[in-house]
Structures are given as C-alpha cells and as structure tokens.
Design a protein. Structure first.
Length: 368
C-alpha cells in the first residue's frame, strides 16, 4: 500500500486524462456475446440491469427467472433478446440451461447462495450482486459452491469498473497523493421516500438483508476504500442508530472507523434516512483525490485533485455503470483473465461488516 515518495504526474499532466476501459482484453465483435439469465426481477433488475444488458455489445439478456411466471413474461415483452422465462423451480431443475452462459443474481441477499449454487451445479458463471450474502457462513458456502464446480464468480461492485473511481485509483497507485494517510466516504438516501415506500420491504428484514444501511449502501464507501487502497481493514469500530419505526430490525444509520495496515485509517458513514449524498476522499502525505458525487448512478461525477498549491476539478463523462460492469464480466469470461472482485473479495466485506456490528454492540475496536 506504500506509494512512491515522489509523484509520477503533476496536476497539469492529469487534468483531462481519464481511465476508460483499461480492462479490455477482447474484441467484442470477435468473441461473441455472453448470454445472461437474470435471476430476480425487482426494480433494480428491471430498471438498471436489463436495459444495460440490452444495450451491451458483449452481453445479452436471454433468460428471465422470477417467482412469478406472469411477471417474467410481462418483463420479457420489453426486451427483444429474451428467449424464455423460468420460475425459480424450473431454474433449479435445470430447465433452459442451453439458453444462457452465465447468471446475474439480484435477489434479497439471503437467497444469493441458493441461486448461485444452482448456477454452479449447471456449470454457469455467476455475477452476484453485493453483498455476496447475508452472513459470513453463507458467503463462504457460496464461494465454495463455485470453486467446487470450477465456475467463475464475480461480485457486482460496480465502482471497480466506474471510470472516475478507476482514474482515482490510477493516480493513487502512481503516487499522486504520496503515501495514503486517510480515507473518508459517505452515502445516504431517503430509502422510504426515494426508493421504496413499503415498510415491509426485504431491505428492512434482517433475515433477508443481513443488515440495514451498512449492508445496503454503507458497503459502497467501505468497499471503494479497500479498492482504492488495495488493502483490507485489520480492525474496526462503529455505531448504529435507528429513529424511524420502520428500522426496528435493522440500522437506519451507521458510522464506522477502519484501520488498515501501515496506519492508514478510514471513516465511513451511511444512512437510509438522510439527504441523498455520496463522496469519497483519499488524503495522502502529498495530495488529495476526491470524488463527489461518488456512488449514485444518475449523477455527473467530478474528480477533485489537489497537491501543494495546485487545485483542479475534472468533469468526467457519465457512463452506464451497469453496462461497464456487465461488459467487464463478459470480457473476463471470454478472455480467461482473472476476475476482480471475486468471491473471496466479497467474503471480506461481510466479515468487516459483521465486525462493525460487533464493535457497535460492545463499544470497542474489533479485529477483522
């Protein structure tokens, strides 16, 4: 995690330079598309994932899987590439496996293991939404199922393929901030007002979600800090709060501190009942890199740079984050290049979040 003491780029050299699809290994036209079965047809799959798959030149949505056959048929009518629809029971029985190469799992967290294990048993690669599962034990089982079957597993951290975040990481790795010292990240939204007004939704059910604000959106600053630092926390502490009646089973707000190797620290905040906001900042011995807004999809990003007396703000082209993620996944499957973030990467996050809850309960630091 130690960066060179002298930067390789001055501020005037990095303005206007973007890290755009530096991960590509294959020519989409030459390798053909990856046919994807979408498992779970909630609002995110319908509104974000399926349009991105339909727009991709590396993937296509050929199968839809839902608990409701009628819902699957209704959604399928909106996407020309869909060849067939399946119920969860039909999917588990192996019906239609000739119509897809990989699966995208976007269901309540507690069902990720079951659906991924079915895909693995059928020899299909898995792109699983974050977090990987509701707890560490089930997360480990999911990884083992894919490992034992010899299928690829990627966890859907879309910040890893977001060009602004990748550019920030490139600068940090090149020594622009000097040695990283601290990270600050936040993400907040009004869940019941802006996302889903139903107080009975699965995100507020501890058995289905695993946790509240931390498991759902706090994971963004936490995981992005890991990605930017290329390191994992060694100890955490934190606090959780709930004031709204709907959050009686999971936390409404979380604040946590993380210690990384080498004395680097991170502070992360997330709330499901606060004004929509997101940012992440890495401060080092020589400079600072900040992205704001950072995590929500439908916002124009700005990369803010400072080093010495120099300051700059770089407007970055907005991309479809889900398409970037799907295209990366397909590129890795077709090229055989290593996938990152893989399942083990996802397991670490669940362990860290469980440690934050333990620390909040005990009011102390907990080693990870």
């Amino acid at each position: 995690m130690q960066a060179p003491s002298e930067p390789s780029m001055e501020i005037e050299d990095v303005i206007g330079s973007q890290c755009r699809r530096d991960w590509e290994h294959t020519d989409a036209a030459a390798t053909g598309t990856v046919r994807v079965a979408a498992i779970g047809l909630g609002w995110f799959t319908r509104g974000r994932a399926l349009p991105a798959l339909a727009d991709s030149d590396r993937c296509e949505p050929t199968v839809l899987v839902s608990g409701s056959a009628e819902k699957a048929e209704r959604v399928a009518a909106e996407f020309e590439a869909v060849e067939r629809t399946l119920t969860y029971e039909e999917y588990a029985e192996g019906v239609g496996t000739d119509a897809y190469d990989a699966v995208y799992v976007c269901t309540p967290n507690a069902f990720h293991l079951d659906h991924a294990a079915v895909a693995a048993a059928h020899g299909k690669a898995v792109l699983c939404e974050k977090p990987i599962e509701r707890d560490s034990e089930r997360a480990e089982q999911l990884v083992a199922a894919c490992d034992d079957a010899g299928v690829e597993l990627m966890i859907a951290y879309r910040m890893h393929t977001e060009p602004t975040v990748r550019r920030a990481k490139e600068l940090i790795d090149a020594g622009y901030v000097g040695d990283p010292v601290a990270v600050r990240g936040d993400m907040s939204q009004r869940l019941l007002k802006r996302v889903n007004p139903d107080p009975d939704q699965w995100r507020l059910n501890a058995e289905l979600a695993g946790g509240g604000a931390l498991f759902d959106i706090g994971l963004y600053p936490l995981n992005t800090a890991r990605f930017l630092l290329d390191a994992d926390p060694v100890a955490v502490t934190g606090t959780t709060e709930s004031t709204h009646d709907a959050f009686d089973a999971v936390e409404e707000t979380v604040a946590c501190s993380l210690r990384f190797p080498g004395g680097v620290t991170a502070a992360c905040f997330a709330s499901h009942n606060a004004r929509q906001s997101s940012s992440i900042t890495v401060t080092g011995t020589e400079g600072q890199v900040r992205i704001e807004p950072a995590f929500f999809q439908d916002q124009d990003r700005k990369l803010q740079l400072s080093r010495g007396d120099s300051r700059a703000e770089v407007a970055v082209e907005r991309v479809d984050q889900m398409r970037e993620e799907f295209d990366y996944f397909a590129d890795r499957l077709r090229s055989g290049a290593d996938i990152y973030p893989d399942g083990r990467h996802g397991v670490v996050d669940v362990a860290v979040m469980e440690a934050v809850y333990e620390a909040a309960d005990r009011d102390t630091w907990v080693e990870v």
